[in-house]
Design a protein around this ligand. Structure first.
Ligand code: ADP
Ligand code: MG
Length: 388
């Protein structure tokens, strides 16, 4: 049991008992890819893989972080954790501390009177598989410190703090999708999030009643050029928005696409077409889920994959084989999830075909000479919380 493990780890690392245990989940994005930084819509859900943190306050302003997954223990103080000050994995937890300070300052308060802490992390969220282990790490600590320091920050405040950590201290220019999913999700539901306003609502998934399972197919491919690819996709979106004189591609409708084609370079047009149609697919998916349930969203998932493959060009052969084989084996839909260039696909599979889909995808990977994929079911789970 991970709660016991994290308490033991804390005691061994720091020679005293912890005050409590908190946790936050990784996430899968059901649909809505690369729309977040275009001020559009996303529909993630939290998964049943979590990062647990045991925290104990200290009498001084020192902060120390240790993790079962890393040897290096990070040490700093509450006053030295801003952008540029931290390297390595400590940037995530220390950045979270700084982000909380920023959000407190914006509300006219501060962390000047806060006590330092020791924290120990244990996680079963795979890292770098597109399941957002980084947000799970940040968000577990954010809910812990919100309680320990009695900050009374809201869920959206904690999203802001952890998003600041990832953008400004870690230096990853991502949107609010990951942290929102990890903090705000509810059991058996997806989170419909408007990345322009930050407003969100829970959309019931009802997978158990529908007899459906969501499989994650981790291709175990990580592409070295993912960062550059991400930056160039963002740049394409920005060129398209500038050419049309809109603040963000959120402001373009599917009906505007054809007329816009000649007004920018073709690459920018294709990037835009993915974003604009993907926003519409998120809205359509939410409408179908509300009206008839998850059994009806398979075609939207496949259309999302095709758009990411052909227009946004973030797929790789492993992801295409995962998606095509899943659907051929009886999945209702499948798509790459996360930023692309590797990572994971998801498939929506009738419960009785889970074995078949798993076997066929595994066989197809072997046939193509790909690395063996990791295939596992995920359960839509509750967001960050106190466990003990
Ligand atoms: P993803 O969020 O998709 O898993 P990222 O590259 O955004 O991938 O984040 C992964 C990084 O987050 C790891 O390389 C590591 O630095 C840090 N990390 C995540 N989980 C842990 C953990 N439990 N302990 C220490 N570091 C972690
Ligand atoms: Mg991440």
């Amino acid at each position: 049991m991970s709660i016991e493990r994290v308490l033991e780890g804390f005691a061994t690392a720091f020679g005293r008992p912890a005050d409590g245990v908190w946790s936050a989940p990784g996430r899968v994005n059901l649909i809505g890819e690369h729309t977040d930084y275009n001020e559009g819509f996303v529909l993630p859900f939290a998964i049943d893989h979590r990062t647990w943190v045991a925290v104990g306050l200290r009498p001084d302003r020192t902060i120390r972080v240790a993790s079962a997954s890393v040897d290096e223990v990070g040490t700093s103080t509450l006053d030295e954790v801003g952008p540029g000050a931290v390297a390595g994995w400590s940037a995530y937890p220390f950045g979270t501390v700084w982000g909380l300070g920023q959000v407190m300052s914006a509300g006219g308060a501060s962390l000047d009177a806060a006590r330092g802490f020791d924290a120990y992390f244990v996680s079963d969220v795979p890292t770098g598989a597109g399941l957002s282990s980084s947000a799970a790490l940040e968000c577990s600590l954010a809910v812990a410190l919100n309680d320990e320091w009695a900050l009374a920050l809201s869920g959206p405040d904690l999203v802001r703090a952890t998003h600041l950590a990832e953008n400004d201290v870690v230096g990853a220019p991502t949107g609010i999708l990951d942290q929102s999913a990890s903090l705000l999700s509810e059991e058996d539901a997806a989170l419909f999030l408007d990345c322009r306003t930050g407003e969100s609502r829970t959309v019931s998934l009802g997978l158990v009643e529908a007899g459906l399972t969501i499989l994650v197919i981790d291709t175990r491919v990580t592409h070295a050029h993912a960062d550059g690819g991400y930056a160039s996709r963002r740049a394409g979106c920005e060129r398209a928005a500038a050419a049309l004189g809109v603040k963000a591609l959120r402001d373009v409708a599917v009906a505007d696409l054809e007329a816009a084609r000649g007004r920018m370079d073709e690459e920018a047009y294709l990037r835009m077409r993915h974003i604009v149609t993907e926003n519409q697919r998120v809205l359509d998916t939410v409408a179908v889920l509300d009206a008839t349930g998850a059994a009806g969203i398979g075609d939207l998932m496949v259309a999302s994959h095709v758009s990411q493959r052909d227009d946004f060009e973030v797929s790789v052969p492993e992801l295409d084989v995962a998606v095509d084989t899943s659907v051929a084996a009886g999945a209702l839909g499948a798509r790459l999830t996360g930023g692309g260039f590797g990572g994971s696909a998801i498939a929506l599979v009738p419960d009785d075909l889970v074995g078949e889909v798993t076997a066929q995808v595994t066989a197809a990977f072997a046939e193509h000479g790909f690395k063996e994929p990791k295939i596992f079911a995920v359960t839509p789970s509750a967001g960050a919380r106190r466990d003990r």
